[in-house]
Design a protein around this ligand. Structure first.
Ligand SMILES: [Zn+2]
Length: 282
């Protein structure tokens, strides 16, 4: 099967999911382009990207800067680097791992996941879709209250490589807006649906102040394996800096919920520190 045929199948699957009343927010597919899932990822060769243009300061804001001469003010806002590939893992001291949950929030599964994380006093990342977040703002507020990190996973989970720059921007911006409204902050992290990144996604993500984060270990939970299979994949993949991909929406995620109850205490017993990345790690 060629890559194009594979992508077409993904899109068909997505359409089929959207046709179902309950099915919103399709599951991601592992390692299509950039995720480190074992095989050498097929990564498009991207030309070097120009740094984003510095946004001109509003006159009123400029007046607040100390006038020490000409040139840019000293406290210029920190810019986000335009990357050519997403981050696949995090760096840090010791046995640190990151758990990520995509495509939600879904009131059927996300609260259970949050309960388990709370039980073990662990923080995780949720890459939410705007179309799911807009009807479940209470769950984003809970994520904020409980110290989790919310990232941007686009509005409607499209294959970005097939969209115009304007559509990609709209998918990202609308999602940033709903996250800010419900979570209280704009997201600092972005993850492309299906792991399918392109230059526009990297550039626009950086313009919106977001770092691209992929994953190291894919639990393939969207294929609805038994919970013990998901547990096995996490345990086999566990290593310092690993980012684990799971889903809290996009289908029946009860196995993902059950698996977390099993592998989370095991990771902690093995000495892993489960945390969320900080931007300076990047
Ligand atoms: Zn996804």
């Amino acid at each position: 099967m060629t890559k194009d045929q594979f992508l077409t199948r993904l899109l068909s699957r997505r359409r089929a999911l959207l046709a179902g009343a309950a099915a919103v927010g399709a599951a991601g597919t592992a390692g299509l382009f950039a995720a480190g899932t074992g095989d050498t990822p097929k990564r498009p060769v991207l030309p070097a990207a120009a740094p984003p243009a510095r946004r001109p300061l509003k006159p009123s804001a400029y007046r607040l800067q100390p006038l020490t001469g000409y040139g840019p003010p000293r406290a210029a806002p920190r810019r986000t680097l335009v990357r050519h590939e997403p981050l696949l893992k995090v760096s840090g001291r010791g046995r640190t791992m990151v758990l990520t949950f995509d495509d939600g929030p879904d009131p059927r599964y996300t609260p259970d996941i949050l309960d388990t994380l709370a039980e073990y006093d662990v923080r995780a990342m949720f890459f939410v879709c705007g179309e799911m977040a807009v009807g479940n703002k209470d769950l984003l507020t809970r994520m904020s209250d409980e110290g989790h990190t919310v990232g941007n996973h686009t509005w409607s989970h499209p294959l970005l490589t097939r969209l115009s720059r304007g559509r990609i921007r709209s998918e990202m911006e609308r999602t940033c807006d709903v996250i800010e409204e419900a979570y209280g902050e704009r997201p600092q992290w972005f993850r492309a649906p299906y792991g399918a990144w392109n230059r526009a996604a990297f550039q626009l993500g950086a313009e919106l102040g977001m770092e691209p984060l992929a994953w190291t270990v894919d639990t393939l939970d969207w294929t609805a394996p038994a919970a013990r299979t998901i547990v096995g994949r996490v345990e086999n993949g566990a290593a310092p800096g690993v980012v684990v991909l799971s889903h809290d929406a996009g289908g029946d995620r009860s196995q993902s919920v059950r698996a977390l109850r099993d592998y989370l205490p095991q990771l902690l017993d093995s000495g892993y520190h489960i945390t969320v990345p900080r931007r300076h790690y990047a």
